[in-house]
Design a protein around this ligand. Sequence first.
Ligand code: PMP
Length: 392
Amino acid sequence: MMQFPQSELLNSLPKQFFAGLVKKVGEYSAQGHDVINLGQGNPDQPTPPHIVAKLQEAAANPRNHKYSPFQGHGYLIQAAADFYQREYGVTIDPDKEVAILFGGKAGLVEIPQCFLNPGDTILVPDPGYPDYWSGVALAKAKMATMPLREENRFLPDYQELKTDTLSKAKLMFLNYPNNPTGATATAEFFEETVKLAREHEICVVHDFAYGAIGFDGNKPLSFLQSEGAKEVGIEIYTLSKTFNMAGWRVGFAIGNESIISAIELLQDHLYVSLFGAVQEAAAEALTGSQDCVKELNDLYERRRNVLIEGLHSLGWNVSSPKGSFFAWLKIPEEFSSEQFATILLEQAHIMVAPGIGFGKFGEGYVRVGLLSSEEQLKEAVRRISDLEIFEK
Ligand code: PMP
């Protein structure tokens, strides 16, 4: 069998840190252990029935068996614009300010290729969602990291960035509610971001994947709600989390016209748009009843409360996430995040994601998903308690 050498580009892609961990969990499960998987980010609930019903109906319509228009169906683009008007009071021009995406991930990987030349600088949060690094590597660009520290509520401190870095940076990725820290943004922070972006001509990409998940009665803010945000950036919205549609691959980029048209141009060369029936179902999700979104948010909030109260009761004084479906748990100083995750897996059969997998500033934490039932979360707390790492 011939072995064909891969291109330098493929060889330069970052290694998947979590692949090894997933393999290890598989091995433990195969040995018959009941592993509680709190390490991954795959929504556990089904897509609401009215959305599935729309897909079923639309799949039977021959109109959807043809190629979709290159840039997506007008009704879906309009639905995205209407969604922003209704949910955030943000007015969007559907003709120029929306690009349909094969899930948020596709947009996040495409954008660096739209704006960065080899060697250009992009600002990314640390800790941060590893897929950001993939787009940067494909564009052969350079990453400058913005540390997210607990004492700054996991928001980047722009004062800390060097003037030289700011003047070189062409793009910035932000993500609130945040994966992995569960932090949310404030209006002041977004205003400060718009100001910085204007001053240094930086294009801001706000990843709003967890936009629908905010706790204690606080609805997460859209970046586009800040005055002037559309002048400097876009938001990436996905239906994956809001409507439990992770497998459907549908999202959209929304905001600044020049960014949207660059994404459309790249996508015109890469794909034809999504299956028409998926687009019809996505429009149904965005324009139909939003009761399912509220119910889902309440479910995650109940799970968060069970987990955090449980951990507090065993003497682990973690802080509580404000949004997203992750809890970011500070671990005892004597362990590295990988050591701690290994202890939990080997001795308690619980998988968590070590913070170091999200970047240098993720060290000292592990990420736990709220994607298991309350019973499983309680069982996980019981197993951690039995390890006697913490004192009550
Ligand atoms: N951004 C963040 C922070 C995420 O956690 C995810 C999903 N894990 C995505 C974007 C991408 O989601 P999707 O591609 O399913 O839209």
